[in-house]
Design a protein around this ligand. Structure first.
Ligand SMILES: [Zn+2]
Length: 324
């Protein structure tokens, strides 16, 4: 491995950038290297869960449109208490043809390659701009990307927004040209408790949730029946928008009428589908779910949507609302 590449990776791995920790010194290190390579650099300083973090933006090339963004995250998943480590996770070790160390694959190895490429790039040959966006806190909830997305145009100043984005996630070292969006929502049913021996005197929240699941299940069936030819190859198992019942919790004892039931559902729409379209469809179903309430005094259904996803174009959707 080239010395410069290995040295950059070695130094990057040594920063303990587990998502909960600050990534600021690592971001500064990357910025210094890119600055030395002749790139313009800019930080977005943010606070995530009370900890200072930084998103780094760096660019070179003519200030024209249709540039290329190359993006990666600086944070890593934790290693403390993880079984299997026989060497220091914060020391990148090259043993024969394998690299060991936290983040060597996901994705400090890629960041080091970006720095290495930037150092050898002849910027005068660029016909369109190259923009690096290195983000904080991807592993836990893509918080860094969520914060930098809406501010990117401003952070780039006179540089037009790039038209393409290449993310260096490992993806088993294959090329993955598209991804589905992801959103989630939670349904809570509150019934009326009582003894299991007298079911008519209460409202069983789990039983009501069964009807909610039927409504959502029908929507999934409708979606599964319209398979996309364009994405048959990219998503061979599910070339359609998918919904998933993730977790369900309800009731506290066998001899009690279940008073509350909570269901969490996620959905992923195809890359060419506006995720808002599926969102609107789910909203219509929600109206039907809410009408399941026969007697509002005895049974309450609450739907909470927390959606975060990037859609076609430059739109980033963040929706957080509650319906009763
Ligand atoms: Zn990753």
């Amino acid at each position: 491995m080239a010395d410069h590449l290995y040295d950059t990776l070695h130094r990057l791995v040594a920063f303990d950038t587990v998502s909960a920790n600050s990534n600021v010194t690592a971001a500064q290190f990357l910025a210094d290297r890119l600055h030395s390579a002749g790139f313009n650099t800019s930080f977005q300083n943010v606070e995530i869960s009370g900890v200072p973090h930084a998103n780094l933006i760096a660019w070179a090339g003519p200030p024209v449109g249709d540039g290329l963004t190359i993006s990666g995250h600086i944070d890593t998943v934790p290693f403390d208490g993880q079984p299997g480590w026989t060497r220091d996770p914060l020391k990148a070790d090259l043993i024969e043809d394998r690299l060991y160390g936290r983040g060597t694959s996901d994705m400090k190895g890629f960041l080091a390659q970006c720095i290495d490429a930037a150092a050898t790039l002849d910027r005068k040959t660029l016909k369109r701009p190259v923009v690096f966006v290195f983000t904080a806190d991807e592993e836990v909830g893509c918080r860094g990307a969520e914060l930098v997305g809406p501010q990117l145009a401003k952070l780039l100043g006179d540089l037009p927004m790039p038209g393409l984005c290449w993310i260096g996630e490992p993806t088993s070292y294959g090329i993955c040209h598209a991804h589905k969006s992801i959103g989630s929502f939670e349904v809570t049913v509150r019934g009326l408790g009582g003894h299991s021996g007298a079911p008519a005197q209460g409202v069983n929240a789990i039983a009501v949730m069964g009807k909610v699941m039927e409504v959502i299940g029908k929507l999934q069936q409708e979606r599964a029946s319209s398979r996309s030819a364009a994405f048959a190859e990219a998503f061979p198992e599910s070339p359609y928008d998918v919904l998933n019942f993730g977790t369900i919790r309800g009731g506290i004892a066998l001899n009690m009428i279940a008073e509350e039931c909570r269901l969490r559902i996620s959905y992923r729409s195809l890359p060419d589908v506006d995720p808002m379209e599926l969102h609107r469809e789910i909203e219509q179903k929600q109206e039907r779910i809410l009408r399941l309430q026969n007697d509002p005094q005895e049974q309450e259904i609450e739907i909470r949507q927390r959606l975060k996803f990037a859609g076609p174009g430059e739109k980033i959707y963040i929706i957080d609302d509650k319906k009763k």
